[in-house]
Design a protein around this ligand. Structure first.
Ligand code: HEM
Length: 467
């Protein structure tokens, strides 16, 4: 036993509370540079050496990684009120996301905003957006038709689709040139801020080339949002029988004070939805097509399910979701292996004990779902793509919080149902008609750990019509 477990007379902690072990240079895991160059490798080595909880100090800022479902349940759910988002990672992304839901560290403002927004994202509310998803997927397949046999940049194709779906659901708008500018701006911000989180120097307000590029990207994303918001305020009426999300948010009032959100807050929330919804779903579907191409036996089973459920139809509707359990299992397993929002953080507001370890007030805690989803105690052979891990029986056999692609507790992804609906319906629509095959047997794509987990170089697959 180390001296850490000794409790002094002045110490009112319960006996047995330990200090979180710290990675040291002599462990051979490396320091700042190892974290900067290979964040997942560095943290994985830390887990191999120390287990489910340890501290590391990139550039002197202490961060505690937690990687056990009990720790995650405690931090995100049971004692969630003690943990806010005033943590390093969210400070890094706040210049982009500002006071929107994703990175909001003000618990009161966040609670008010969430109360107003959550009703528009319930499974029932999402049924209104399902048609946008399948219509846009169908149009994408029409654009693919003359390209049979070609190698598609699947990530780019699905990125455009995801943005079209967000655009229609938020603004009832078709995608124009501004959407491409949004995609490029998002890509630039994701790369710059991903690197900045791993090595936060020089500060973002120093006018370096990189920082000027970041601020241009933020301006472009703001312009994208404000063009739609301004047009709506100027009196444009959205087409369609169902109100779009912008209309719903403009008319949302808080049940406690009867007031809505001001225009600046509305702008931030709309941008948060665009950002939250666009790259995460793009990456998930890109990885799903890649995994299916590598596992033809899974692709065949998926096609069988889709053919049986759809019969003569080419496109599923919302009611089919419940009849497509294998399609959903493929999505769940994809989200396990390549969890797109693979890291999030919390800051302890007051001192706490997690799994018997002391967590001082102010501690930055990191949850990395890429590593959690590979925890060897809960995921046998974790690198293998096995959708059967998500049968109801298999799910019931595991602790719930060893799987957290959407987070957990009160800050769980507000767009979870929207995302799952989009992922299942688009995957089924494509699988009904096409197979996406590896260009050659050696094709291998690795993940790139930016702010989100991106397929490095994008996913490129050959388009083959099913006969
Ligand atoms: C595969 C798709 C998606 C994944 C993997 C994902 C993942 C996540 C995760 C892990 C969080 C919680 C982060 C934390 O606890 O710190 C989150 C929050 C959030 N997501 Fe998603 N998301 C997805 C899709 C979407 C969509 C489609 C939308 C909007 C329509 C969205 C909007 C948001 C927002 C606004 C929050 C902040 C919620 C809050 O703190 O109240 N996300 N997402």
């Amino acid at each position: 036993m180390s001296s850490h477990s000794t409790v002094s007379a002045l110490d009112d902690r319960p006996p047995g509370v330990r200090e979180v072990p710290t990675i040291r240079r002599r462990d051979g895991i490396g320091g700042v540079l190892a974290f900067r160059d290979d964040q997942l490798g560095f943290l994985g080595a830390g887990i191999d050496r120390y287990g489910d909880i340890f501290r590391f100090r990139p550039l002197g800022i202490p961060i505690v990684l937690v990687n056990h479902p009990d720790h995650i349940r405690h931090i995100l759910v049971e004692n969630g009120e003690n943990y806010d988002k005033d943590a390093v990672l969210f400070r890094v992304v706040r210049p982009v996301l500002r006071q929107g839901l994703i990175a909001n560290a003000d618990m009161e403002l966040w609670r008010r905003q969430r109360r107003m927004m959550a009703p528009h994202f319930t499974p029932r509310a999402v049924t209104n957006f399902a048609r946008n998803m399948t219509d846009e997927a169908e149009q994408m397949l029409r654009r693919w038709q003359p390209r049979e046999g070609e190698i598609l940049d699947v990530t780019d194709e699905i990125g455009q689709l995801a943005l079209r779906i967000v655009n229609r659901s938020l603004f009832s708008a078709e995608v124009g040139a501004s959407a491409q500018a949004f995609e490029q701006a998002f890509g630039a911000a994701n790369t710059i801020l991903g690197a900045f989180f791993r090595f936060p120097f020089p500060p973002l307000n120093v006018p370096t080339r990189r920082n000027r590029k970041l601020h241009r990207a933020i301006d472009q994303m703001d312009t994208f949002v404000s063009t739609f918001v301004r047009a709506r305020l100027a009196g444009d009426t959205p087409p369609g029988e169902n109100p779009d999300l912008l209309t719903l948010l403009l008319h949302s009032v808080d049940e406690e004070d009867g007031k809505g959100m001001d225009l600046e807050q509305l702008h931030h929330e709309v941008l948060n939805i665009c950002i939250g919804a666009y790259e995460t779903t793009t990456n998930t579907l890109s990885w799903a097509f890649y995994l299916l191409a590598r596992h033809p036996e899974v692709a065949e089973r998926l096609q069988e399910e889709v053919d049986t459920v759809l019969g003569d139809r080419t496109v599923p509707d919302f009611e089919d979701m419940a009849r497509l359990p294998y399609t959903r299992m493929v999505i769940d397993e994809t989200l396990r292996i390549y969890s797109p929002a693979y890291q999030f953080m919390r800051r302890a507001r007051v001192e706490d004990t997690v799994g018997g370890y002391r967590i001082p007030a102010g501690t930055n805690l990191l949850i990395n779902s890429y590593l959690l989803h590979r925890h060897p105690d809960f995921w046998p052979d974790p690198e293998r793509f096995v959708p059967e891990r998500f049968t109801p029986e298999a799910i019931a056999d595991r602790p719930k919080h060893v799987y957290a692609p959407f987070g957990a507790g009160h800050r769980i992804c507000v767009g979870k149902h929207f995302a799952l609906t989009e992922l299942v319906l688009v995957l089924a629509t494509v699988a009904r008609r096409y197979r996406l095959a590896l260009p050659d047997a050696t094709t291998e794509v690795v993940p790139e750990a930016l702010i989100t987990l991106h397929p490095k170089g994008g996913i490129h697959l050959r388009l083959e019509e099913r006969r």
